[in-house]
Design a protein around this ligand. Structure first.
Ligand SMILES: Cc1ncc(COP(=O)(O)O)c(C=O)c1O
Length: 396
């Protein structure tokens, strides 16, 4: 492994991490020292434009003054108290989330991550319906814990537990007839990502989403929108389902929710929430004061700076300027975009990184993912377009 100019092999964190952590992550070939706006500054003096946002977490980029101030003020006032006590800051975060969510979801349960949000959402749907069968969508990703992994496509190679918590089956994505045939009175929930993130920012068709909503309503099935990656403004709406006017029974959120502070949330309809009382759900850290302050500040910044509009404008600019060089097609929504390439996306990612632009791959080998901060600027997109232009398209 190459070391940075200033460092000996003994102090390089890549070597130190490799010595003491479980090596489950492929890591990028640079070490960030600090970051500001959309830029990461590395230990060896590079300035890298971050269009990946730490797996879609850095919604406001880095060092956003409103978020930093909120975290700073809350940490000096009250760093932590659990749900054993009520807190102004937690009530405020829940009120804010409900205010920006689609009609029909009126209650919040705070958790700490995307998988934990989905785990609880699935439990809530099974309890509320008294049923034990869940449908998900092919190619979808919902997390690594038992229930979330059970509804994740192709998870068998790493699932690891001896059994699954419920029966699960997968509706072929965008197959309207299969959705109609598979959703029946035995199903507790259908879980879906409106834009499938890990799968390469694949946006499910409106017709398919409407069919999921109509069929689940007809059969008393809970519709769970996993907006862990697509939500909190990333798709140009607070939640991506709002683009199609879909009103799910449950929405899960995490990643960008706290702008970088770990947190998650399950939002649900009143009739589901009313099935739960003291002791039925719980988590120590969920809705902690720092996370709550970060959630409110993140949503406020999106509102105050008109970032939903910025996301839509940058999406239009990317579609106009970046279907160039190796890029054959662009899919997805807002700043959750998949650049379908004429070669392995990993090759394009590596080449862009040489131009100091960070992008991501996906589970589709040909799709490069853009998960840029919502504060992305026109000049950043131009930089990407120039770097892509420098990569000659392959001739068929
Ligand atoms: C759509 C979706 N759901 C759930 C998760 C799991 O989230 P976490 O890694 O916070 O557990 C992810 C993570 O990539 C995701 O993209």
């Amino acid at each position: 492994m190459p070391t940075t100019g200033k460092q000996s092999i003994m102090t390089d964190p890549r070597v130190r991490e490799a010595n003491v952590t479980i090596p489950v992550y492929g890591q990028l070939p640079f070490v960030p020292e600090r970051a500001s706006g959309c830029d990461i500054f590395t230990q060896d003096g590079r300035r890298i434009l971050d269009m990946y946002g730490g797996h879609a977490v850095a919604a406001l980029g880095y060092g956003h003054p409103h978020l930093v101030q909120a975290i700073h003020e809350q940490s000096s006032k009250l760093l932590f108290q659990s749900n054993a006590v009520a807190l102004d800051v937690r009530a405020g975060a829940a009120e804010k989330l409900i205010q920006v969510a689609p009609q029909g979801v009126e209650r919040v349960f705070f958790v700490n991550s995307g998988a934990e949000a989905n785990e609880n959402a699935l439990r809530m749907a099974c309890v509320a319906t008294g049923r034990n069968r869940v449908l998900a969508i092919t190619q979808g990703f919902h997390g690594r814990t038992a229930a979330a992994a059970t509804v994740t496509w192709n998870s068998d190679r790493w699932y690891g537990f001896p059994s699954k918590p419920f029966d699960a089956d997968f509706i072929p994505r965008d197959d309207v007839d299969a959705a109609r045939a598979m959703i029946d009175d035995n199903v507790a929930a259908v879980i879906f990502e409106p834009v499938q993130g890990v799968a390469g920012a694949y946006d499910l068709s409106s017709e398919f989403l409407e069919t999921l909503r109509n069929e689940t309503r007809k059969h008393g099935v809970k519709l769970i929108a996993d907006e862990v990656q697509s939500g909190i403004g990333r798709c140009g709406h607070f939640f991506a389902v709002q683009a199609n006017g879909i009103e799910p029974d449950i929405i899960t959120s995490a990643k960008g929710l706290g702008g970088g502070i770990p947190c998650g949330a399950v939002l649900c309809a009143n009739d589901i929430a009313s099935r739960f009382g003291p002791g039925d759900l719980g988590t120590t850290f969920g809705g902690g004061p720092i996370a709550a302050a970060a959630i409110t500040a993140t949503i406020e910044a999106i509102e105050n700076e008109d970032l939903l509009m910025n996301v839509r404008r940058r999406e239009a600019q990317i579609r106009e300027q970046c279907a160039i060089g190796p890029v054959r097609k662009i899919q997805g929504m807002g700043l959750l975009l998949g650049l379908v390439c004429d070669r392995p996306a990993s090759e394009v990612r590596d080449a862009l990184l040489e131009h100091d632009i960070l992008t991501g791959t996906s589970s589709d080998p040909k799709v490069l993912r853009i998960l840029a901060p919502l504060v992305l600027e026109p000049g950043h997109v131009e930089h990407l377009a120039h770097a892509l232009e420098a990569l000659a398209p392959l001739t068929d």
